[in-house]
Design a protein around this ligand. Sequence first.
Ligand code: PLP
Length: 492
Amino acid sequence: MNDRTETLGDMPAEEFRKYGYEVVDWIANYFENIEQYPVLSQIEPGSLKNSLPDSPPESGENFGDVLGDVDKLILPAVTHWNHPNFHGLFSTSTSSVGVFGEMFAAAFDMKAMLWRTSPASTELEDVTLDWLRQMLGLPKQFEGIIYDTASVSTMHAIAAAREQANLRIRDEGMSGRDDLPLLRVYASEHVHSSIDKACITLGLGTRSLRKIECNERFEMKPDALAEAIDEDIEAGFVPLCVIPTIGTTSTSSVDPVDAIADICEKYGIWLHVDTAYAGPAAIVPEKRDLFNGWERADSIVVNPHKWLFTPFDLSVLYCRDLGVLKNAFSLVPEYLKTSDEGSVKNGMDYGIQLGRRFRALKLWFVIRYFGREGLIARLREHCRLASLFASWVEASPDFEMMAPVPFALVCFRARPEGVEDLDSLNERIMNEINASGEAYLSHSKLNGKFTLRLSVGSIRVEERHVKKVWGLLNEKVLYLREQSAGTTGAIQ
Ligand code: PLP
């Protein structure tokens, strides 16, 4: 029989201390040596599963052995988001102090539902989000609430818009109602799929989401939006919410929020700004203009877990009037009633979750450790590196830019002379670089063309890392050109 059945309770403090030091050492080494790992995990699908036992251990195991398996089994199956050459999707990474935040949050293990179950989480969340609001330059009325992801923040924003529209949906629902017309949510054709999913989740259906045409810079056309709204009103539909994006997923384009705010104001429509990726860049003074008009929004989503060195997950929803969200979601059963209800903020009132993680702590650590200036310096450097990379693309006869670079994402493709099928060429280049483990790039399709995306956002990224990608890309083009010259005479 194992010790752990004879002695009840947790791991003894001495043992925790011993392994705790080992784990911190392990993480410090990991960050220090991150570049020695392949960016994308090199394992075959199913190989981790196949290397693990089918059933749980009958008696407790030595924790040293468990940690050994992290090295042996888990590590090879990790795709290293913290690697400075992770340039796919949006390059996001944690800072070391963010890891400390997670350690404390796990140790406290509080569930921030009521103020009294979690005064620290509740009050620190308010203070930290107000600090962030000040750094972003948003007006004082904006009050924030933390959720896990932007997908969930936006779903709550649309639910708030629906509550504001006074359609009695909270009580009467949407099904079986003859009195409920089609409700519309408007976003650009480049909107993130989380908006489609929010419409599905809220029972609006994808039919409710009207995607508005963009200009050649991938920005929503306000005239097209106004026309669509007029058309819908004429048809008896109810415009519920408009969602412009500052920093779209495919290209980081910026919808004209100020002009869209005029339209929302005219028709009395909820304005929700999705700036999940680019939002933190509002801290950088020279980027602030890109956010013009967001101060007129009803709600805004910003993700510190994307571009503010805060470990996943932490998404912030700022609302001009958080009370609307409370009207939509507050429901207090007997067992959660407290005598201080009227005088405190209870996190459970602002969404579908009851218990909420102590996420504010890690953001508080990040803001305190780096300070506003430290954050500005890092974000500014990422933008500089992206512009530098774009300048190499522009100067090369073998590559071309596919979209403007307002933040730190470069959309481009290889276009060597004599190649006809550029889509296949670029897809092959991307797949080969990714498979090598040297760097990770992702793609999008812009105007039907396969486009490579290089996102610069890691806290560990330096100029040599983007140079390395540029070298890899040029090597690939050269190799493919030589290969085709030796065979068919054209790259297929
Ligand atoms: N909105 C935008 C503009 C995004 O780029 C993304 C993800 O990249 C999301 C929303 C969804 O973010 P999350 O993973 O936090 O739900």
